[in-house]
Design a protein around this ligand. Structure first.
Ligand code: TRP
Length: 333
């Protein structure tokens, strides 16, 4: 079985529809026939200033949501990154392998640091992709399911792995980015030419899956639509309607063609009502399950402890091999 690893940051109170359809849904599928490791990357979340109580809450919500959305702790290894200290340990090794110029070329770092300015950019944001490389390499992952925006980080991971292997002997599996072409690209409801993102200027175009049905119905009904009145898929001239068609299709399983036929001759209003219905009925049970999981924190932490134990068994072995290859003297046993 091929090994898969991915991570998601606990940076919001809820995942949004784009997170689910663009990533988490694929994770759920992959656990069926892969040896899948998934982590909530809380250490990565420290690169932006966060309130401790909020980080704690978001980390638990993220884990609970992943389970509620279908990750099964019996089928995959689900854990919290900071529970496995080997991530930091291998991270340092990779920091000593990565070039300063190489890390400086990461476009995500350039964008983010430019936005906040050098004095407000922490060094951890600069080394973020190197910690990400450690996340992946510790588990000898073959495939890394991520969005297109992470391609460069996976390239860096591969480069670091190859560099290590050629200098110190074969130690790491070189992973591949697994970027699903069929994964639905979900855009903002208010600005349907931009990707749905938690960092959007306004939350009005973002469907948070833990929000109440009322809130989400309202957002869908106020989604920006396009000139004309036909419900047809045309990304260029009708980005708003096309986005709503994509959302409906992704959740209902109907094809775009089927939906176009179903709504032929009906107006945008009817169609938006149908989209709202599909979205809210899909996520109502997820919200409920998440709340149940959060209500028993001890049981949730027990589930996560099983995950981190499984993770540490693999990570510890990789780190020991790495230290050995580097010539670090092991402590007396
Ligand atoms: N940087 C990734 C993102 O923002 C999150 C991440 C951290 C990750 N570590 C990872 C993704 C390891 C895949 C593998 O989406």
């Amino acid at each position: 079985m091929k090994r898969v690893l991915s991570g998601i940051q606990p940076t919001a109170e809820s995942f949004h529809l784009g997170n689910y359809l663009g990533a988490v849904r694929q994770w759920v599928e992959l656990q069926e026939n892969h040896d899948a490791f998934y982590c909530v990357v809380d250490l990565h979340a420290l690169t932006v200033e966060t309130e401790p109580a909020l980080l704690r809450k978001r980390t638990l919500v993220a884990a609970a949501q992943l389970i509620a959305l279908g990750l099964d702790p019996n089928k995959c290894t689900l854990f919290i990154q900071s529970h496995v200290p080997e991530h930091n340990q291998l991270g340092w090794v990779f920091e000593c392998l990565a070039g300063f110029g190489e890390a400086s070329r990461m476009t995500q770092f350039k964008d983010k640091s430019q936005k906040s300015g050098a004095d407000r950019t922490v060094v951890g944001l600069f080394t973020y992709p190197i910690l990400q490389a450690a996340d992946i390499m510790l588990y000898q992952a073959n495939l890394v399911p991520v969005g297109e925006d992470q391609r460069q980080h996976i390239e860096l991971t591969r480069d670091l792995g190859q560099r290590f292997n050629s200098r110190f002997g074969n130690t790491f599996v070189i992973p591949e980015a697994y970027i699903l072409k069929s994964a639905a690209k979900i855009n903002d409801l208010q600005d349907p030419t931009a990707k749905m993102s938690k960092s959007a200027a306004s939350n009005a175009g973002v469907i948070d899956i833990l929000d109440s049905s009322d809130v989400n119905v309202k957002k869908i009904k106020s989604a920006v639509t396009d000139a004309g009145k036909e419900v047809v898929f045309d990304e260029k001239n009708k980005p708003g309607i096309s986005n709503l068609l994509t959302i409906h299709s992704a959740l209902s399983g109907k094809t775009i063609k089927e939906l176009e036929n179903e709504f032929a001759g009906k107006g945008y209003g009817d169609f938006k009502g149908a989209v709202a219905e599909v979205v809210t009925s899909y996520f109502a049970p997820v919200r409920q399950k998440t709340q149940e999981l959060l209500a028993d924190e001890k049981a949730l932490l027990d589930l996560l402890a099983v995950g981190s134990e499984k993770a540490r068994a693999v990570a510890g072995q990789t780190l020991a091999n790495t230290y050995n290859a580097l010539g670090l003297v092991p402590p007396r046993r």
